[in-house]
Design a protein around this ligand. Sequence first.
Ligand code: SF4
Length: 435
Amino acid sequence: MRTVKHVTCPVCGCLCDDLELTIKDEKVVKVKNGCALCKAKFLGYSKHRVLKPLVRKNGRFFEVSYEEAVSRAAEILTEANYPLLYGWSMTSCEAVSAGIELAEEIGGVIDTTSTLCHGPSTLGIQDVGISSATLGQVRHRADLIVYWGSNPLIAHPRHMERYTIFRKGRFQKEKRKLIVVDVRKTETAETADIFLQIKPNMDYEVLQALRALIRDQELDVDEVAGIPTERLEEIADTMVECRFGALFFGSGLTMTRGKNRNIDAVLSLVSDLNKLTKFIAMPMRGHFNVTGADMILTWQTGYPYAVDFSLGYPRYNPGETSAVDILLREESDAALVVASDPVASLPRKAAEHLAENPLIVVDPHMSATARMADVVLPSTFVGIESGGTAYRMDHVPLPLKKIVEPPEGILSDEEILRIILSEVKRKKAEQMENP
Ligand code: SF4
């Protein structure tokens, strides 16, 4: 029996780094400080494992060696004209870095799950800029918290406990005020001081109305999105009167009508508020390293997601080079999926095209996507069986620890990608020699 302290949780974008795990016989048997999502992962991750590489032959999976599976994967990627490399939000920055090298080598497109959640946030930040802070600054200074289109009590269960409403800060000892804006009364809304239940798909209108009120302009309507104007005036006053406000927004804002225009509006609202007080905005990132995937892509290619190497240099045009659009136009002719389950989350037509073409999956689980694959390469669980780096939703990098030994012979995502990369290079050199 041994205890490992200061473990980072590899589940959601909060990346809580205060876990204490008890290990017995190389199994996690107790989790201290974690939420229900965290405990479920650490105590149950070893179920439904794939323990041998699989290659599909005549419609059936056969267990093979890593060498054979890697050789088949490299063959698929080398022969493809426009391969898609998708996922990356549940693995380490080191694996993402190897994936980008591979995408460049094969002239493919590399895209992350951002494309389905906070892609519009990135576009909004590129349009308007963002006034932000670390979660530590929010914890110690914020006296007003706004959650817009997000339900942290369910999706990020310790966000309120560690950084906002349920935590005293060094400079903020009194109870903080909480505003929740959503289209339905969520669990988080139940705890709010002020809850604004707005009509679906009308976030943009409410944000622009608040911007007008903050700039002392009059609204010549009685209500906006079902909210009486006087109520909006109260909210605008509360925002202006705070000392330090923090607005967190989720996919309830990014994926409703308006998408990146909603984000333009929310970031402009925060910019307006900064003329009168101190206010910051932050996207509530979901998967534990989706922020890291964006960061590493930006470092290495100049662009945060949906990066296309087909012309030999990186290009970025979400809507054209993003995974869903490529799949819906049926342009890709092979795919490599790493640490993600797109068949369970993409639109049906996009998932169908993904499965119709040669598909390679690197994942510890037999996911829905792995079941459709031609090659399955089992990997370790990052943050449990292998270490690395991940970025918290506020762009703070944190170390992921290796807590237990992986099953014998199982490699990490990074190791698998590096082997595929060298096999691709070898095959390409061979083709050059014998055209
Ligand atoms: S809030 Fe997120 S990061 Fe923190 S313990 Fe729960 S699942 Fe893990």
